[in-house]
Write a protein that binds this ligand. Sequence first.
Ligand SMILES: [Zn+2]
Length: 258
Amino acid sequence: MNKEICYKCERKATSREHVPPICLFPEMKDTKGINYRKDLITVPSCDVHNSKKSDDDEFLLLSLSGLMKNNPVGNFHQITKANRSLKRKNKDFIEKQILRNHKYAKIKTTDGKFRLVSIGNPNTERLIDCLEHIAYGLYYQEFEERFEGEIKMVLEFIEYADENMQTFKKMLKKSFELEYESNREIKGENPKVFYYQFLKPDNFGLIALRMVFYETAETYVSFKGKNAKEPFDLGMKFIQNGFKTTFEVGDEKFEFNK
Ligand SMILES: [Zn+2]
């Protein structure tokens, strides 16, 4: 442990950090004995990148477990752990911290029951910040070294105002689906709570990662290391400069700047 360096910075590691945070994984007392905390991943962490995160962990718990399309494990985690955590907060906590323009709504679930859900605009910046930490941790776990470079992230469960971003998001989803058909090697010992998949580096040295929470909340990450080439993709340059560009992924076409 002494010689180990933090997964996120150059400081010496003083503890180990759960990746993703342990609070996302239901406890046995809430799951009738099913163990959703099998072989959780931990990485070496310095004081700064471990202790400062408890607020963020709770934010992530409330943001991700509250998503409408989640599987039953996610839903159940919301009505148990997440709601217990909310009870300790002020009434306007959700509005201030989790969702702007927060409202409750009743929706009918597939089994015909009604469920109370929160509607509002998520705090995307903070979400991305939290998810980035997880991405760094998983990179460390996968490659046994700290990632240095640039991270880009697209959240599948967020509606982007920018039309190109929406298309880009769908294209990434399709790319990972295709990859998954040929290579079903997902990682994570508790896939109903969390699993992930790394794609091999492309010609430009770019590494892609898909992280999936509660079988629903997908996040796509690209790691552009120090040595990756620039520009890393001509097609992307066209998109950025406003040219009408079409990509084909499998049997689907994705049009940008229509
Ligand atoms: Zn650190």
